[in-house]
Design a protein around this ligand. Structure first.
Ligand SMILES: O=P(O)(O)OC[C@H]1O[C@H](OP(=O)(O)OP(=O)(O)O)[C@H](O)[C@@H]1O
Ligand SMILES: Nc1nc2[nH]cnc2c(=O)[nH]1
Length: 184
């Protein structure tokens, strides 16, 4: 791909749009309506960096529109490096910025695949003393076996394809695509 977006139909490597930015915003608004009743303004929304940034920015603003002004923190985890499959090992690049002991935490991520990243985030959060841990992912991909944790809230059931856009990267690129696309 030569940086073309929207896709050049003649190029087989251009991303195929699976969910448009308009559809993404509808999914986010629906998630905010489902989540708002089970959190309060003392809840700490936690983004899993880096890919979860775009979703977390949208969801926290959607929560604000329905009257929830959540606190915010970040955990920087990485399991994929620049590859297209999980290394099966999670690196913690940056821990929580503020104490979360005794608080309700809502962990946010862009995609749930093997489930290892979310399971590690939940483990770290419980170990840090959170009173309660909720999890929310924008997209859940299918997996052949039961995963260690399942998210409490899922926006979109994604196909088993390599996704890019809306925070999802291909070797560090394409995170800024406004739509969610498949690259395979
Ligand atoms: O369910 P899993 O198989 O663990 O995959 C999901 C994780 O993979 C991606 O992160 P990645 O480790 O690629 O880092 P990134 O956030 O910097 O893209 C994505 O943002 C999720 O956090
Ligand atoms: N970019 C990207 N990262 C992932 N991490 C787990 N699944 C995916 C995926 O489909 N795309």
């Amino acid at each position: 791909m030569q940086g073309l977006y929207p896709p050049d139909m003649a190029d087989p490597t251009t991303p195929t749009v699976l969910l448009s930015d308009v559809e993404i915003q509808r999914v986010v608004a629906d998630l905010a309506h489902r989540i708002a009743p089970v959190i309060d303004d003392e809840t700490v929304a936690v983004v899993l960096l880096t890919g979860g940034l775009w979703f977390a920015a949208d969801l926290t603003r959607a929560l604000s529109r329905v009257g929830r002004q959540v606190r915010f923190d970040a955990l920087w985890l990485a399991s994929y490096g620049d590859g297209q499959s999980s290394r099966g090992r999670i690196d913690v690049h940056a821990p929580y910025q503020r104490p979360i002991a005794g608080r309700r935490v809502l962990i946010l991520d862009d995609v749930f695949d093997t489930g290892l990243s979310l399971a590690e985030a939940v483990r770290i959060t419980r170990e840090a003393g959170a009173a309660d841990v909720l999890t929310c992912v924008f997209a859940r991909k299918p997996w052949p076996e039961p995963r260690a944790v399942e998210p409490d809230f899922v926006g979109w059931e994604a196909p088993n394809r390599f996704l890019v856009g809306y925070g999802l990267d291909h070797a560090g690129t394409l995170r800024g695509l406004p739509d969610i696309c498949a690259l395979d």
